[in-house]
Ligand binder design. Structure first.
Ligand code: FA5
Length: 339
């Protein structure tokens, strides 16, 4: 026991004498290291009389804990001393600007998508997801677009296999059929996501862009319901009521189909955004074609529905006054840091 006390007091003296992190680490190694003093004490226990072993083990462990505590205390004291020295010493200028923390931000498409998801969930819609690599069946066939249909030309497709069974989805509409297969009517759902088209790009056309599909299936759904929902959507986006007008539009998966234009929110007499017409072409929509309901396993004699396909990328451009869609996915930080 006397030995142990002596070992401990020597260790404490060495700890107190250490004035730098390195010398403190040396004391640590000397006492607590693999081949250190404490390890030696523990290793000697089996050579003692059995009656002495317990007390010796306890003693060695007490030394270990006490040395460890002393080292930790000294370490904290040294760190504090170093900091005070730095703060009061020459060469430290507290007025220098600190290192700038660069923070990321949400992409404008993500911001608008989340806002719309909140708006639609508050109206009882579910938010659905669908695959970006899609089966030809969902992208075309089940949407009433058979393989010889001319509508396939208007959505130039990236094919993923020589047979053309797998495609990069050209629109979010395939999620309509997937939703019908999964959900029991009546239901409402939106599906935002990325779509791909083999396009010659320009300021308003990208090969990769975002859409948000909407689908409502219920009893006796009419064009009146569709217009009501679209007006609520526009109020959510632009913060006020906008006049809307419907023009006939052709999509094989809706009947009747429309192009919905909204009165330009930026001007009264015409501006560059609305190309001096005061109307902005915003979202194609229509009543779901009975063939599509049937393909989704829903009886068109009992149920009807409306669908819309919002051009999210174009909406983001409108919202933030972005003049070229190619900025959105260009990955240029000078552009992205503005949001
Ligand atoms: C469709 O994609 C239909 N699936 C929309 C639909 C859904 C109609 C449900 C009826 C019912 P369209 O090809 O017009 O339709 O594209 C929809 C929107 O996507 C356009 O209004 C436009 O805002 C946007 N868009 C189309 N092509 C591009 C492109 N290359 N770059 C950026 N946005 C585009």
């Amino acid at each position: 026991m006397t030995d142990l006390e002596q070992i401990l007091s020597e260790a404490r003296a060495k700890v107190a004498a250490a004035t730098q992190a390195e010398s403190l680490r040396a004391v640590d190694r000397e006492y607590l290291g693999k081949e250190g003093v404490v390890a030696g004490l523990l290793a000697a226990i089996p050579t003692l009389e059995p009656s002495e072993r317990r007390a010796a083990g306890q003693g060695a462990n007490e030394v270990k804990t006490a040395v460890l505590e002393a080292i930790e205390e000294r370490k904290a004291a040294l760190a504090q001393e170093a900091l005070s020295a730095q703060l009061s010493g020459e060469g430290f200028d507290p007025t220098l600007p600190g290192a700038v923390q660069r923070r990321g931000s949400l992409h404008p498409i993500t911001q608008v998508t989340r806002e719309l998801e909140d708006l639609f969930t508050s109206m009882g819609y579910s938010v659905l997801d669908g695959p970006e690599v899609e089966l030809d069946h969902y992208n075309f066939e089940a949407l009433n677009i058979p393989s010889d249909h001319p509508a396939r030309d208007s959505q130039d497709t990236f094919f993923c296999d020589p047979e053309g069974h797998l495609v990069m989805r050209t629109h979010t509409s395939p999620v309509q059929v997937r939703a019908m297969e999964q959900l029991e009517p009546p239901f409402r759902a939106v599906a935002p996501g990325k779509v791909f088209r083999q396009e010659t790009t320009d300021a308003s056309h990208e090969h990769t862009f975002h859409q948000m599909e909407g689908l409502v299936v219920g009893k006796d759904i009419s064009v009146g319901h569709l217009i009501g929902a679209m007006k609520t959507l526009l109020r959510g986006i632009f913060g006020r009521d906008l006049d809307v007008r419907l023009r006939p539009g052709y999509f094989p998966f809706v009947e009747p189909g429309f192009e919905l234009d909204a009165r330009c929110p930026f001007c009264e007499k015409g501006c560059s955004v609305c190309k001096r017409t005061t109307w902005i072409e915003l979202l194609p929509c229509g009543l779901v074609h009975p063939n599509v309901l049937r393909m989704g396993g829903i009886d068109p004699d009992e149920w009807s529905g409306f669908a819309f396909g919002l051009g999210l990328s174009r909406l983001v451009m409108l919202r933030y006054g972005i003049d070229d869609v190619r900025h959105l996915l260009g990955g240029d930080l000078r552009f992205l840091e503005q949001f």
